[in-house]
Design a protein around this ligand. Sequence first.
Ligand code: A2P
Length: 332
Amino acid sequence: MKKYNIAVVGATGMVGRTFLKVLEEVQLPVENYYLFASARSAGQKLTFMGKEYVVEELTEHSFDRGIDIALFSAGGSTSEKFAPIAASKGCVVVDNSSQWRMDPKVPLVVPEVNPEDIRKHNGIIANPNCSTIQAMVALRPLQLKYGIERIVYSTYQAVSGAGRGGYDDLTNGIKGEPPKKFPHPIFGNCIPHIDVFLPNGYTKEEMKMVNETRKILGDDSLRITATTVRVPVYYGHSESINVELKKPFELSELVDCLKAAPGLVVQDDVANNVYPMAIDAAGKNETFVGRIRRDESVENGVNLWVVADNIRKGAATNAVQIAQKLIDMELV
Ligand code: A2P
């Protein structure tokens, strides 16, 4: 059996460390792993697969040694510069930043949703935004069965989505210290502001959800609006998703359709207070859906509550699943 050389770029970061955990769990057929970060971390030792690995500084020459797949999570500017260098050396990059997501030459992939798009890669495959990934896992089965007319997203996003700085703002805020990462205190608060504001009054995070959903579902005319909110939760994004379907539906059939969907777990038993929650989704690879109910204000509307671990399915798990598909589909 062929064995692969895999690199993790940004191995010391929040997502990077979760890449390592997920890679330990899935056990890909690997010859060698290479861990990269900035010059600040060069020489740092990380225990991985029961072995000590030395973190190397990422340079133009890092990919000169037959690396087959590189999982990048080191920010947009690192991806902008180094992903094309890696690709030019025959490596396939799975990039977690937003740098390449809307490039028409770059597939934007959720493996349960559009795995065939992986075949179109030119050396870079983009991992979607965390909030988009979990929404896609829940919406794709509905799109296939009923068609989708319109989507209204309202998100409740964990501080870990803003990296170490976001996590620290919540921990320090509990102790009464002022925020460093967010523009306002996050402890005891909800901040309707994720990423920067754009001229249309939306945030970049909101427009990522709109544009990435259209690209992944392959429907440029899909009507979508979003409000994204940071909440004082460490791990796990929660989303209220209001969907208008093209065709009428029986609610029980719609629930069965979601139950049969890959990567999705239905948790919906309100009589017993069962619904998805961030504290239960944290540390899991699946996406959870509940509170499934008809929107009685429109013709074919349904409301969903969708929760997933933003660092796992929203980032590391999704990227590792793409790497697994690249290997299974013999595209690397
Ligand atoms: P380092 O730890 O050396 O700064 P987070 O999103 O949790 O802040 O993590 C960002 C990750 O990206 C870290 O592993 C960080 O490494 C890495 N990184 C940041 N800038 C660069 C760069 N210019 N080259 C390589 N890795 C980088």
